[in-house]
Structures are given as structure tokens and as C-alpha cells.
Design a binder for this molecule. Structure first.
Ligand code: UD1
Length: 417
């Protein structure tokens, strides 16, 4: 990944930031749009590499996709290909979301194993077993996944683990399957309820998202719609963590505070004052943060793994010791070694990280290894003494639209190269 960010530490972040559509909501919605028999318009879509890659894959399948400002319009009527373009799907973990919609649309599919951030093994067994339960006939050979022509039939599906992507894939395929599908132990992330609302806006019959039991009654036809996805709870959390670390006073707007309750609860533990309205959260930070004692990542509504790295960076400069337990992905501490280069006191033991806050971090040249870990290094740079260069902007661009402009507007001294 080329390019990076140069951050001069020591500025307090103050002001307002308006959060845009969530990457993790937009990606499955774009995939689901393939099944519509008319145009789908998604409003408030961020300009992110992952979103552009998903649009590129849809084009590869024959859809017409155009962007006007923050609006993405997908016209799937011209789609004529059930084989995912190999190069783009190799770059995007979420390309696997397209398997369900391609099957729903064409009754057959070919794709390669998905790529994405290197944060663990990230198998797709739950996706494949869920689709097989819906009568898909799937062969895996030579790095390719072949779904042979088959008619999808609704079925009861129990997920061993509440995988976000597998829940979404099954919901999408089941929306056009014959009969009724139930998913027990599904993921409950807000993006799941958003997908339900979107599918229903297209004419699907889905209920129960957000609870322990989702029911999907298959329909013959899905139509077009105009839809505004939920906004990005992880981007919101990242800006709040940045405000907390810099003794700042920042209001994140255009969010649903209940979506970030686990994050705001942790930030409150650090001594920050948080005030919410229906659509915003304001954070006012003390001069020195208290270390959150324990932070364990869990499926929603637990603490999100996608905020672990940012809170890790925060713990590096808080007073006291924090123990982090990463339960969702098995290797998501690539940022630890880089933060150590900046003076952090960190010990990693398997899934546990023990962090003792130091008085000050020092600027260094560090390397982003994944999206959220990269963001964590930028946050550390905001408070480090001197200059921090974070290499690997490409990782960060996957999930943050113009991070340097957002942080710059809050008073940070940051530039991209
Ligand atoms: C989604 C999010 C990602 C977030 C993650 C967990 C999107 C585009 N990405 O990823 O940002 O970090 O949820 O909140 O929405 N697993 C299996 N087999 C499977 C599928 C998953 O073992 O078939 C395991 C994974 O390896 C991982 C855990 O389940 O350890 C969680 O993965 P999952 O919930 O599927 O995450 P994603 O949908 O990939």
C-alpha cells in the first residue's frame, strides 16, 4: 500500500463532524441491489475504496452503476454474468456477500475466495453451509467457488457463530428462495436491521433482524427503491476516541447514539463527559484519561472489534493499565508493535493485550497493517510528541473518507502524501 499520513502531534481536537453512510451497511446493500428488477438508489454513500470496489464488481457482472455526489445508482437490469471478476473480489472481503445475491438472481454463481484486511483467518464456512442449507450446490476447487445451477429453497438455519457476513448472505439469498427461511443465532449488528429494512423496501418479507431469530419469506420479485443506509458507527467512534485522546471537545452528528452505546460507555469510564441528543453525541475529555480496566470485543451489542485498535491507542496514553481481550478475530493486534515503536508499554499474550499507559508517546515512522489498526496509529500520532508518519494510507482509505480533512477540520495538523 503506497501513501501515508504525516501527523504533528499536540493539537486539541474541537468542533463538529457529520458522519456519512456506513461502509458496512452500504456494501451488503449494494450486493443486494443485484437482485432488484429496477433501479436502486443509495443515498449518503461514502467515497471509499471498498465501496468503489463493490461497485466495480457489480459493473463486472453487467450492472450499470453511477455515482452523483453521495448517491450511488445501481441499474441491475443489464446484469448478465454470474462470475465474479477475480481481481476485484480478491481485494474485497465483502465480495463474498455477492454469492447470495448472484444465486438469487441467476441460480448459479462462480467466485474466488475473498480478500480483505489481514486480521485473521476469516473463513467462509458459515456462508457456504448456510447457502448449502438453502439447496445451493457448491463445489470448491482450485481457489474457486462454483455454485452449480440450483433452485434456492427456504430452510431453518442455525448459525454456530453470529457471523455478520454469513447472516447477511443468507438473508439475501433467502429473500428470493422458495418458501420460508429462519436464522437462529444470527448477528444482531445494526447493519443487519438496515439490510432487512432495505430488502423490505425492495419488496422482500424479512422480520426479526436485531433479535435472536430472523424469518425470511421468499418472494418471486424484488423491485427498485431509493434508500438511505444507516451512518457509520465505527467512524463516529473513531472521531470520539480521537477527541478523548487529545483532551478535546467534539460533537459527532448524524448518528444513532444507541448504535455506539458500548463505545460511549467505555469512553465514559475513561473520565470523558458524553452528552447525547437523538442524533448526536458530544464528548468533552479531561486533561488526562483514566485507563479503561478491561475491554473485551464481542458481537453486537458488545464492544465492536472494529473499535478495538482505536481504544488500544487510547489506552497507551491513559493513566493505569488496560487489559484488552480480542474475541472476534484471532490476530488483530498488528498495531501493537507499531505503537511500541512510539513508546507504548504493551504486552501481547495470544488474544490478550496488557497496556500500561505512558505519559507521552513519541512520533515515529510506522506502518498500517489493516484498516482500523491504521486509524489507531493516526490517533496515536495526534498525541505523540513530534512527527508521526503512518505508511499504508490505502488501508485507511478503505474505511475513512478523507480522514485528513475530517481531523484537520477539528484542528489536527495532518496531511496525506
Ligand atoms: C463484518 C464487518 C467487519 C467486522 C466484523 C465483526 C463488514 C463488511 N465487515 O465482517 O468490519 O470486523 O463484521 O464485527 O460488515 N467466521 C467464520 N466463518 C465464517 C464467517 C466468519 O469462522 O463463515 C468468523 C471470522 O473468522 C471471525 C468471526 O467469525 O473470526 C466474525 O466474522 P464476521 O462476523 O463474519 O465478520 P465479517 O462479516 O467478515
Amino acid at each position: 500500500m503506497t501513501g501515508g499520513f504525516v501527523v504533528e502531534g499536540g493539537r486539541r481536537l474541537c468542533g463538529d463532524v457529520t458522519v456519512k453512510g456506513a461502509k458496512n451497511a452500504v456494501l451488503p446493500l449494494l450486493a443486494a441491489a443485484l437482485m432488484a428488477e429496477d433501479e436502486v438508489v443509495l443515498e449518503g454513500c461514502p467515497r471509499l475504496m471498498d465501496v468503489e470496489n463493490m461497485a466495480g464488481i457489480l459493473r463486472g457482472l453487467g450492472c450499470r452503476v453511477r455515482r452523483q455526489g453521495d448517491c450511488l445508482t445501481v441499474d441491475p437490469r443489464s446484469a448478465d454474468c454470474f462470475e465474479m471478476p477475480e481481481r476485484l473480489s480478491g481485494e474485497l472481503r465483502s465480495s463474498i456477500f455477492l454469492l447470495g445475491p448472484i444465486l438469487g438472481r441467476f441460480g448459479q454463481a462462480v467466485c474466488s475466495y475473498p480478500g480483505g484486511c489481514e486480521i485473521g483467518l476469516r473463513p467462509i464456512d458459515l456462508h457456504l453451509s448456510g447457502l448449502r442449507a438453502l439447496n445451493a450446490s457448491i463445489e470448491e476447487a482450485h481457489g474457486r467457488i462454483n455454485c452449480l445451477p440450483s433452485v434456492l429453497i427456504g430452510a431453518p438455519i442455525h448459525l454456530d457463530y453470529p457471523s455478520v457476513g454469513a447472516t447477511e448472505n443468507i438473508m439475501m439469498a433467502a429473500a428470493k428462495a422458495r418458501g420460508v427461511t429462519t436464522i437462529t443465532n444470527p448477528a444482531k449488528e445494526p447493519e443487519i436491521a438496515d439490510l432487512q429494512d432495505f430488502l423490505n423496501a425492495m419488496g422482500a418479507r424479512v422480520s426479526g433482524a436485531g433479535s435472536d431469530h430472523i424469518t425470511i419469506e421468499g418472494v418471486k420479485r424484488l423491485g427498485g427503491t431509493v434508500y438511505r443506509p444507516i451512518t457509520d458507527r465505527i467512524a463516529a467512534g473513531t472521531y470520539l476516541a480521537a477527541a478523548a485522546m487529545t483532551a478535546g471537545d467534539v460533537t459527532v452528528k448524524n448518528i444513532q447514539p444507541r448504535h455506539i452505546a458500548a463505545i460511549t460507555a467505555k469512553l465514559t469510564e475513561t473520565g470523558c463527559r458524553l452528552d447525547s441528543t437523538e442524533t448526536s453525541v458530544r464528548l468533552r475529555a479531561p486533561a488526562r484519561l483514566r485507563a479503561p480496566q478491561r475491554l473485551e470485543t464481542l458481537p453486537y451489542p458488545g464492544f465492536p472489534t472494529d473499535m478495538q485498535a482505536q481504544m488500544f491507542a487510547l489506552a497507551c496514553i491513559a493513566k493505569g493499565t488496560t487489559i484488552i481481550q480480542e474475541n472476534v478475530f484471532e490476530s488483530r493486534y498488528r498495531h501493537a508493535a507499531e505503537l511500541t515503536r512510539m513508546g507504548a508499554d504493551v504486552t501481547i499474550r495470544d488474544r490478550l493485550a496488557i497496556i500500561t499507559g505512558v505519559d507521552e508517546l513519541t512520533g515515529a515512522e510506522v506502518q498500517a497493517g489493516d484498516l482500523r489498526g491504521g486509524a489507531a496509529l493516526v490517533l496515536a500520532g495526534l498525541v505523540a510528541q513530534g512527527t508521526t508518519t503512518v505508511q499504508g494510507a490505502g488501508y485507511i482509505d478503505r474505511g475513512y473518507e478523507r480522514l485528513e480533512e475530517v481531523l484537520g477540520s477539528l484542528g489536527a495538523n495532518i496531511r496525506k502524501f
